[in-house]
Design a protein around this ligand. Structure first.
Ligand code: ADP
Ligand code: ADP
Ligand code: MG
Length: 667
């Protein structure tokens, strides 16, 4: 085929995506002088990607299938705005051959491979068959057409347990189940198929030998329409949770130079088998000795920035140049590896509540400066809302340094300097990962996070003297600012000290823990704080985002955010969430509601796992909800009897709605 029909110069680019990746693509496209068009759903009117683009067009309702997955509307948006090319980002339609085909049919340049290459490599089964022929090493398994139960279970027996059941069309770790014995096979297939059907509209499965304690190593490739194909070194993405990457780095700290060349050569061979055009990733698992091909992603990947930082190449720029029909600007021997880069994915989720997605308005969004080797790719701003409809990734933080140790140190520092409020994020969990001695020592495998979960999600330390004093300082600071804001307030005249008071007592608590009391003494001399038996001299100097607190002669910096009575502090000892118990507030102990079996977020009931009247142990599964594309199983909060089920499979339920009632059995 004449490739000039597919790849040619264009001036207006439509980005068929949202969030962080849409912002990332827009930035480079604009720097290259292109006009950019954003598309959005009804839930995304006021988002960052819409604000960044030159033009924007509404696709439809919030649900992805009515908006970001609606091919017709996307093509129409391109036509209406005069866009000549489409960048699909990742996720959504990025690996959808029909979409690439629809773009071509509408006369648009699709920034990516051809529909044919996508069809060949997009399905895990198809690509494995191809790689087998090309002589690329594979994980042993079954990737045939026949999908009946007998065939699948015979294949599983033949491969030998443990095995992995995988959705051929899968991505993001979904539609995948580890099976350790024949008895577990059937239920695993049923649930993997259900998840795959819902997520990808395709429930074909393949079966693979499960490599125990593996590492994930992948190679970035890029090809042009003139027959050039380059590998841009490898990334290691072994730190995963539920088969989904959490931390990625480049180069792999596990490989030596010879192994690096072997895996990169295998990747070039894999992509070469389809004369690949565009950016892509060849993924492998490694048992510590050899690497085995698992899949190709025919698109840009979330973790592409680590490759950019060690090669100095802007991958989006190269994608666009390839789409213009240009030849790649460098030869293989001109690609240099420089230093080390590490990336962390920042999600709106609660690691202490089984990583439940968190939705709401971002009230505080403070990111570190992008200096000293730090880069932040964000898709949200302060005041933006995180909706339950899409992926919960908010941003990525990436650090570069000459060595791995320093890159990790810089990344951790960046994470520590990030303050996000209004929603729950995984930042403390990421910090715990980056400081874990086994991560520092690269003594990890893909099961590491699951095994170390207790350590990684440990509750924050109890507030000490410094934090209690900082809490008092934060309250005072806030009151002073409020007073300054009100012109006629008597507080302005008298500062924050009500006339005649010489002492003020404060109480704080963490969660439902005990109250901790602090007495503030002030008068003509320097103020002091009394905690228990100790009396401490202190001074406070307000600054941006917090204050400097000098306590007993030692000055330290405190970041503080106050939201009503909730204080959020970051001191040299870590992050602290405190509740200020207002003596005049007349507070009562709030209902926790944790015993209620209710929808934590809006979702769809996909399975009911227990019958009314059943005796349940504590933790017994009751029903499964699909929330933000992930399955969440709701369990019995205590041992008891399942009194009633208030929903059925297929119900769409709103947040907080009670779905089942369990009566405690009374032990
Ligand atoms: P994979 O996990 O498929 O090997 P990546 O690591 O590149 O590949 O992750 C792709 C994932 O990114 C998708 O499966 C999806 O969950 C997530 N994603 C898709 N679109 C977006 C988006 N706009 N913003 C943030 N995350 C997204
Ligand atoms: P996805 O499209 O969801 O990214 P992959 O096939 O890339 O699916 O698998 C996701 C992750 O699952 C891999 O990064 C790896 O950690 C793990 N995995 C995949 N295949 C195997 C296997 N055969 N043995 C062990 N782990 C595997
Ligand atoms: Mg993958």
């Amino acid at each position: 085929m004449d490739r000039s029909k597919l790849y040619r110069r264009f001036r207006t680019l439509l980005i068929a995506n949202r969030g962080e990746i849409a912002c990332r693509v827009i930035r480079t496209a604009r720097a290259m002088g292109l006009r950019t068009v954003a598309v959005y759903s009804e839930a995304d009117r006021d988002t960052m990607h819409v604000a960044l683009a030159d033009e924007a067009m509404l696709l439809g309702p919030a649900r992805a299938r009515d908006s970001y997955l609606n091919v017709e509307r996307l093509i129409e948006a391109a036509r209406k705005t005069g866009a000549e090319a489409v960048h699909p980002g990742y996720g959504f339609l990025s690996e959808n051959a029909e979409f690439a085909r629809a773009c071509f049919d509408a006369g648009l340049v699709f920034v990516g491979p051809t529909a044919g290459m996508m069809t060949a490599m997009g399905s895990k089964s198809g690509s494995k068959a191809l790689m087998e022929k090309a002589g690329v090493p594979l994980v042993p398994g079954y990737h045939g057409e026949a999908q009946d139960e007998a065939t699948l279970s015979k294949a599983a027996e033949g491969i030998g347990f443990p095995i992995l059941v995988k959705a051929s069309a899968g991505g993001g770790g979904r539609g995948m189940r580890i099976v350790r014995s024949a008895a577990e096979l059937e239920p695993a297939i049923v649930s993997a198929k259900r998840e795959a059907k819902a997520a990808f509209g395709d429930d074909r499965m393949l079966i693979e030998k499960y490599v125990d304690n593996p590492r994930h190593i992948e190679v970035q490739v890029i090809g042009d329409s003139h027959g050039n194909l380059l590998s841009l070194f490898e990334r290691e993405c072994t730190l995963q949770r539920r088969h989904q990457k959490v931390i990625e780095e480049a180069p792999s700290p596990t490989l030596n130079a010879a192994q690096r060349e072997t895996v990169c050569a295998a990747a070039r061979k894999a992509a070469g088998a389809v004369n690949y055009v565009g950016a892509g990733t060849i993924e492998f698992v490694s048992d510590g000795k050899d690497v085995f091909f698992i899949e190709m992603n025919t698109r840009l990947q979330v973790e592409h920035p680590v490759t950019e930082l060690i090669t100095g190449i802007d991958l989006v720029e190269w994608q666009l140049r390839v789409a213009f029909g240009e030849a790649l600007p460098l030869r293989q021997d001109e690609i240099r590896l420089n230093g080390h880069a590490v990336e962390a994915r920042v999600y709106a989720e609660n690691p202490t509540k089984n990583f439940m997605p968190s939705v709401g308005k971002i009230s505080t969004w403070r990111l570190p400066a992008e200096t000293g080797g730090l880069r932040v790719d964000a898709g949200y701003r302060e005041g933006d809302a995180v909706s339950p409809y899409y992926d919960a990734m908010l941003a990525k933080m990436i650090a570069w340094a000459p060595t791995r140790d320093v890159a990790i140190e810089r990344l951790n520092r960046g994470l520590e300097e990030t303050d996000v409020r209004g929603i729950v994020t995984n930042i403390p969990f990421l910090s715990a990962l980056m400081t874990h001695p086994k991560v520092r020592a690269n003594a990890i495998d893909t099961g590491f996070i699951e095994r170390e979960l207790a350590v990684l999600t440990q509750a924050a330390p109890a507030p000490g003297e410094l934090e209690l004093c900082a809490a008092v300082a934060a309250v005072i600071n806030e009151e002073q600012q409020a007073a300054h804001a009100k012109a006629n307030s008597p507080w302005q005249t008298f500062g924050w000290q009500p006339v005649g008071r010489r002492q003020r007592s404060f109480a704080f608590r963490v969660g439902h823990g005990p109250e901790q009391k602090v007495m503030l003494n002030y008068g003509s001399g320097p103020s002091t704080l009394v905690i228990g038996e100790r009396e401490l001299a202190f001074t406070v100097a307000a600054k941006d985002g917090g204050f400097d607190l000098t306590l007993d002669g030692v000055k330290s910096s405190v970041a503080a955010v106050i939201d009503g009575h909730e204080l959020y502090l970051r001191t040299r000892n870590g992050r602290f969430d405190l509740h200020w118990v207002d003596p005049f507030g007349g507070e009562t102990e709030e209902q926790t509601g944790e015993d209620k079996i209710a929808a934590p977020l809006p979702g769809t009931v996909v399975a009911v796992l227990a019958e009314e009247g059943a005796k349940l142990d504590r933790g017994a599964p009751i029903l499964t909800l699909e929330v933000m594309k992930m399955e969440q199983t709701l369990r019995a909060p205590f041992a008891g009897v399942l009194k009633s089920i208030k929903c059925k499979v297929g119900d769409i339920v709103q947040e907080g709605v009670e779905l089942a009632v369990v009566e405690p059995s009374g032990e």
